[in-house]
Design a protein around this ligand. Structure first.
Ligand SMILES: Nc1nc2c(ncn2[C@@H]2O[C@H](COP(=O)(O)OP(=O)(O)OP(=O)(O)O)[C@@H](O)[C@H]2O)c(=O)[nH]1
Ligand SMILES: [Mg+2]
Length: 424
């Protein structure tokens, strides 16, 4: 799941300086009296942990800050333009869309960055009086506020991630230890996008916890919903592996084994990522029995027994996670700084996912099972869907491949059962 948004930001222009003269009783030719223009408003981006996606910004084309007002007579400053604070989720990266420069990587709760500077107000004519010219007719114009095209990209940034099969109680856990309000229900795959929250411990330490869609057998090869998010888990220092110990529909011993296998298939590094093993639903009448079996199967494993629903055993898990996160942070500090750029979440399509066929007469066919499948799910009456689809093709490299094959503006491109026009 990529969350990418393009935006134009325009900071406020500075107000112009004022040309005015002193006209008061005892000052017949009172001299220059024009005040300065107000500053243009700045545009800040601020991390707001209540935000979990960039969806709100998806249809915002432009964000403008207020312009400064012109300077006034009697040396009075013009009013400054209003600053704008744009709330974004934790893990938002802001790039200059023109050159892809990284302007900000927002990875702390409440972090605030100034992205577009408002223009300075122009100086009023009171500043320009000199011995030779005591009646300056001149005042400065205001500076133009910065304008930028931005690309925002969200990657999930969490210190710890909740993993496990569907319906084991991951979201329930997140909901009681943070202010996040994930959906909770008794059917598998209730969570379809990661949720994130901040855990604050009574001793004032805190960490960021993410809740993932459930993993299933085959997730490492792309089954279920969880695989898209395995990438995200890469950034978590610690995993909290939740196991449903009620054994109602699941076999805890097997579950534990399968999930670990999936993790290792996806990325060996994950296999060695520290895990806290949590036996949930210990309120169930059969859970003691299953727990005993589980402990027999994994005698060396430390298992935290909890009931998320009854809020039992939760603190122990949180403290253990916090300690482990700190340990990992210490251990990996240097390493992580070095790796930072390389572990940034990116969509990397496995190629070749498609083939371009030249049908002659400026007609092309994109052959791809994956895309054909996708096309069937798109509602082309919906602008959002269509846009997403176009973005997906672009990300997959279809646009580029068509171009390289020789397709040009206006050519026909056949995708699935649709004929589309190629746009450069
Ligand atoms: N008895 C019992 N039920 C629980 C406990 N924790 C969660 N549940 C129930 O288990 C079901 C699934 O809970 P969720 O928190 O949605 O599970 P999940 O792991 O997030 O599931 P997915 O998002 O589908 O992967 C819900 O009906 C919860 O009420 C618990 O400690 N005891
Ligand atoms: Mg869930």
């Amino acid at each position: 799941m990529i969350d990418l948004v393009k935006l134009h930001v325009k900071a406020g222009d500075g107000g112009r300086g004022c040309v005015a003269w002193r006209h008061e009783k005892y000052y017949p030719n009172g001299g220059p009296f024009g005040g300065d223009g107000g500053h243009g408003g700045d545009i800040y981006f601020v991390v707001d942990t209540n935000e979990t996606t960039l969806t709100k910004l998806r249809f915002t084309k432009t964000i403008k800050a207020g312009n400064g007002m012109p300077g006034l007579t009697k040396k009075m400053h013009g009013k400054s333009g209003e600053d704008v604070y744009v709330p974004v989720p934790l893990g938002t990266m802001i790039r200059n869309a023109e050159n892809n420069d990284l302007l900000a990587d927002l990875c702390e709760p409440n972090q605030k960055v100034l992205i577009a500077h408002g223009g300075k107000g122009g100086l009023g004519n009171m500043h320009f009086a000199t011995a030779r010219n005591d009646t300056p007719e001149y005042a400065q114009p205001g500076e133009v506020g910065e304008a930028l095209d931005l690309q925002l990209e969200l990657r999930l940034l969490a210190d710890a991630g909740l993993i496990g099969f569907p319906s084991v109680g991951k979201s329930t856990f997140l909901s009681i230890v943070t202010r996040a309000k994930p959906e909770i229900a008794a059917y598998p795959f209730t969570t379809i996008e990661p949720n994130i929250g901040v855990v604050s411990l009574p001793d004032e330490r805190s960490f960021v916890l993410a809740d993932m869609p459930g993993l299933i057998e085959g997730a490492g090869e792309g089954k279920g919903l969880g695989h898209e998010f395995l990438r995200h888990i890469k950034r978590c220092r610690v995993l909290i592996h939740v196991i449903d110990m009620s054994g109602q529909e699941r076999n805890p011993v097997k579950d534990y084994e399968i999930i670990n296998k999936e993790l290792s298939i996806y990325d060996l590094d994950l296999e060695n990522r520290p895990q806290i093993v949590v036996a949930n639903k210990m309120d169930d009448e059969y859970s003691d029995m299953y727990l005993e079996e589980f402990k027999k199967a994994y005698p060396d494993l430390k298992v935290f027994e909890i009931s998320a629903i009854q809020h039992k055993g939760i603190d122990e898990v949180l403290y253990a996670a916090m300690d482990l996160i700190e340990e990992e942070k210490k251990r990996a500090d240097d390493e992580i700084v070095e790796k930072e750029e390389t572990v940034v979440y990116r969509y990397e399509p496995k190629r070749p996912d498609f083939e371009i066929l030249d049908l002659g007469s400026r007609r092309w066919k994109v052959e791809s099972r994956k895309i054909d499948h996708l096309v069937e799910q798109i509602n082309f009456d919906s602008e959002v869907d269509t846009y997403r689809f176009a973005m997906t093709l672009k990300k997959m490299g279809v646009d580029e491949a068509l171009y390289n094959a020789g397709a040009r503006e206006g050519d026909q491109v056949i995708i699935g059962t649709y004929i589309m026009e190629y746009k450069e």
